[in-house]
Design a protein around this ligand. Structure first.
Ligand code: 9Z3
Length: 326
């Protein structure tokens, strides 16, 4: 029997880039300007012999109405990305920090819960009162200011902000294109918790959803997996690391391996929600390496990101060496 395919099934699936163009509201951030800044930053640091890493960090906001009152969000604070940025900078990388607006930021992250009005004091001055900080309320501030000052002087951190899922998808593509010319010396460290679901622009209600209409039922589409075009088309020579978060330990490593097999990138950093600050598994196609922070290390201020970045920068070196030989 001959199968006759319907016009719908005969239609080719849109590419992720096409799907973003068709289905998402335009980004609310200046993508063109960010693309130019990322290109110049990547080119400049590459010329100076630095490796460049793109870190994505924080959650995404998915609007439920186009004049948005409500949205879908997730728990990500951006701590992983912000802490990782500091350790990459320490390791000599130039960092593009693609992060959610108002999520944690390198260096200042340590004081995010600080009420500055309790830290700053007015002191009598000759003409007008002066502002002084109570240093004991800012643990580690001297080192942090020194590191921050060195980074500012070297110009090694480029912060780029996103808010909505649409912003993130457009900026990730622009970042991939900016880093592509760097070949194997570019790294992607995709730690952002990106929504898997969205409402297409053609189906999203314009106005605030009315509670008088009764219980809310929404159907959301799957967000296109950007890893696929990133690895295949946008930056095919770069070293690519994704993150996998689960709440069920049983399925974590299997899902990490599945992601590697599907997208053919290089590393998955696997973590479980309950232990994400103290335990991760670095998963590659051939090995699984556990990295952990003991209670004692935790008390001494050791962060798991320091170990993750030490491990990954070494893998990146091997990756670049192999790329050179091939
Ligand atoms: C992560 O797994 C990150 O480690 C966290 C960090 C988001 C858990 P925080 O920002 O948390 O420090 O509060 N990121 C990726 C999570 C994710 O959604 N991954 C997708 C998946 O698991 C694949 S890209 O399916």
């Amino acid at each position: 029997m001959t199968e006759v395919s319907s016009p719908a099934s005969a239609m080719a699936e849109p590419s992720p880039a096409e799907q973003i163009r068709q289905d998402f509201a335009p980004p609310q951030v200046p993508v063109e300007a960010a693309a130019r800044a990322m290109e110049a930053f990547a080119r400049g640091h590459h010329c100076e012999g630095r490796r460049v890493v793109l870190i994505t960090s924080g959650g995404t906001k998915v609007p439920l109405e186009s004049r948005t009152v409500r949205f879908l969000d997730n728990f990500s604070s951006g701590r992983r990305g912000a802490a990782s940025a500091e350790y990459f900078l320490q390791a000599g990388y130039a960092v593009i920090f693609l992060h959610r607006q108002r999520s944690l930021y390198p260096y200042s992250r340590r004081y995010a819960a600080t009420n500055w009005l309790d830290v700053l004091r007015l002191q009598p001055g000759e003409e007008a009162p002066r502002v002084e900080a109570e240093q004991s309320r800012l643990p580690g501030i001297v080192h942090i200011l020194q590191d921050y000052g060195r980074m500012k002087e070297a110009g090694t951190l480029l912060p780029i902000e996103f808010n909505t899922l649409s912003d993130y998808l457009h900026l990730l593509r622009a970042a991939a294109q900016a880093l592509s010319p760097l070949g194997s010396s570019a790294m992607f460290y995709l730690a952002a918790a990106v929504s898997d679901f969205y409402i297409p622009a053609s189906e999203i209600p314009e106005h605030k959803i009315q509670s008088s209409s009764g219980p809310l039922q929404i159907t959301m589409k799957m967000v296109p997996k950007m890893l696929s075009p990133l690895v295949k088309d946008w930056a095919p020579k770069a070293f690519v690391i994704s993150f996998k978060l689960e709440t069920d330990t049983e399925i974590l490593l299997e899902k990490a391996q599945k992601a590697l097999a599907t997208y053919r990138h290089h590393v998955v950093v696997a973590n479980i929600l309950d232990t994400l600050r103290t335990l991760v598994v670095i998963v590659t196609a051939t090995e699984e390496t556990k990295l952990s922070v003991s209670e004692e290390e935790e008390r001494a201020g050791v962060e798991i990101e320091e170990k993750i970045i030490k491990d990954l920068t070494l893998r990146h070196t091997h990756f670049m060496d192999r790329a050179e030989v091939n």
